[in-house]
Design a protein. Structure first.
Length: 190
């Protein structure tokens, strides 16, 4: 067993066994209270990215995924490679266009934010979800990003601050960062 230091104290570090992780069954997941967030994928072409977003949505009890346009849908073995069964837990819905999805969300009382680099975007570290307000976050195509006509329908744009040379993150990485951040902020509001 390895010994490490946490805040100056010597602490044992043992990798947890799968049975120690407190994993929910599919039924427990379905009946759990969800994080009031819907993730919208706007024409995401990579099925592996779609699967990764499913898995992240499962990890943080996201309410649903909205798959739009050319975004692949389950069942699909390429999605399953990275989803690892989370297509069975996370609710999802397909829309022919992302505009339809955003309009439905807004009619249902969601604040909808595109995740994009845009004028007047709020940096993720400065974004504070409104207490008791459901939100939706829209992630775009791997090359083109979120379509401008979708951005025009959104309540705002959130940008992930980046300081390197690329200013471009993979959609699955972006989703992981944003979902985790929003999850933490919503949890601290309760």
């Amino acid at each position: 067993m390895e010994i490490g230091r946490i805040r100056g104290y010597l602490c044992p570090m043992r990798k947890l066994l799968n049975e120690e992780l407190g994993r929910k069954t599919v039924d427990e997941f379905k009946s759990s209270s969800k994080t009031p967030v819907v993730v919208v994928l706007d024409n995401v072409r990579s099925l592996l990215n779609v699967g990764s977003v499913f898995r992240t949505a499962d990890a943080f009890l996201v309410e649903a995924l909205y798959l739009c346009g050319i975004t692949g849908t389950p069942p699909n073995k390429e999605i399953q490679k990275t989803a690892l069964g989370s297509t069975d837990t996370v609710d999802w819905k397909y829309f022919k266009t992302t505009e339809e999805a955003v309009k439905e969300l807004k009619q249902s009382g969601y604040a909808v934010y595109a995740i994009e680099q845009a004028e007047n975007a709020i940096m993720l570290d400065h974004f504070s979800p409104e207490k008791n307000k459901k939100i939706a976050v829209v992630f775009g195509h791997e090359v083109k990003g979120v379509e401008q006509q979708v951005i025009d329908l959104c309540d705002g744009v959130i940008e992930i601050p980046q300081v390197g040379t690329k200013h471009s993150l993979n959609i699955a990485v972006s989703a992981g960062i944003v979902i985790w951040d929003v999850f933490l902020k919503i949890q601290s509001n309760h």
